[in-house]
Design a protein around this ligand. Structure first.
Ligand code: PMP
Length: 293
């Protein structure tokens, strides 16, 4: 922990409300609506060899997520795409993570914030494997989460709204405190849903099984992996998966922009052996994004 370089104190440039500013100047006031009321939505993107993978899909999701939170980002998708590319270039990055975030400002402090200004910032930084690279290829160990993904009638469950990550941080911390890398979350009905920052796939008899994304993020990586599986003639079943089925699968892996394709060797009492299908899709995904495994 001693050598942590805090994110507010780094060199580089951040795009803030229309222009690049020195990294340390990209600040906001403590009386910002988003900080108190979670009126913020963000993206997580990765650039490989200088190109942001599926950039426009990420930007569209950001803009639509903001609309779901009842605000309009004051930039077009094309302008946001260009700004993301500018940030990568201005920081001299080639392989990196990109984090756009849109939020309600400080004009009003209270639940109502109809007059608040909408801000957009985009930062980028070098970021290697989301999980310990040694552990990643052997498969990570996951535990079971206590909190559940909410009913879409309870929260805007299918967006990357900041507020939805409150339970993800709690579960990730609880998992890490017990020596696990992540936690499997069920949804509000008790169906298998996803992890704290990635979607899940399970393998049985040569076929992929993944939960239907009706109350959690239908990840861009998830959709990419489904496409890769189909082009290999691996059958894909998007369906309700119950927790008591977890022992019936042979392989498991999780997918997301940050996690990429990460095999899982354990979910609580269930053990998996990262095998042919996980390895094939991991290799195919890394080839598709233009990265090396
Ligand atoms: N679920 C959650 C909760 C996430 O945070 C992420 C990462 N954005 C994903 C799934 C995977 O989404 P994507 O593949 O679009 O990164």
């Amino acid at each position: 922990m001693a050598d942590l370089v805090p994110y507010h104190d780094r060199d580089g440039q951040i795009w803030l409300d229309g222009k690049l500013v020195p990294w340390r100047d990209a600040k906001l006031h403590v009386l910002t609506h988003a900080l108190h009321y979670a009126s913020a939505v963000f993206e997580g993107e990765r650039a490989y060899s200088g190109e942001i993978f599926k950039l426009t899909e990420h930007t569209q999701r950001l803009v639509e997520g903001a609309r779901t939170l009842d605000f309009e980002i004051p930039y077009s998708v094309a302008e946001i795409d260009a700004a993301c590319r500018d940030v990568v270039k201005a920081n001299g990055l080639v392989d990196c993570y990109v984090r756009p975030i849109a939020w309600r400002g400080s004009e009003q402090m209270g639940v109502s914030a109809q007059q608040s200004k909408i801000h957009l910032a985009i930062a980028a930084w070098s970021w290697g494997s989301y999980f310990d690279p040694a552990e990643r290829l052997r498969g990570i160990r996951m535990t079971h989460a206590k909190y559940r993904r909410p009913d879409p009638l309870t929260a805007p469950a299918k967006t990357k709204a900041a507020g939805l990550y409150m339970i993800c941080t709690l579960e990730k911390h609880r998992a890490e405190a017990q020596g696990y890398a992540d936690a499997l979350m069920l949804d509000w009905r008790g169906h298998v849903a996803e992890c704290t920052g990635a979607n899940i796939f399970l393998v049985k008899d040569g076929a992929l099984h993944t939960p239907t994304p009706d109350c959690f993020l239908d990840g861009i990586t998830r959709r990419t992996v489904i496409g890769l599986a189909k082009s290999r003639d691996i059958p894909v079943h998007e369906r309700t998966i119950m927790p008591d089925e977890l022992s019936s699968f042979s392989e498991c892996f999780i997918v997301g922009t940050a996690a990429e394709v990460t095999p899982v060797r354990e979910i609580g009492e269930h053990n998996y052996q990262p095998g042919r299908i996980s390895e094939t899709l991991l290799t195919d995904y890394m080839a598709k994004v233009g990265a090396k495994v």
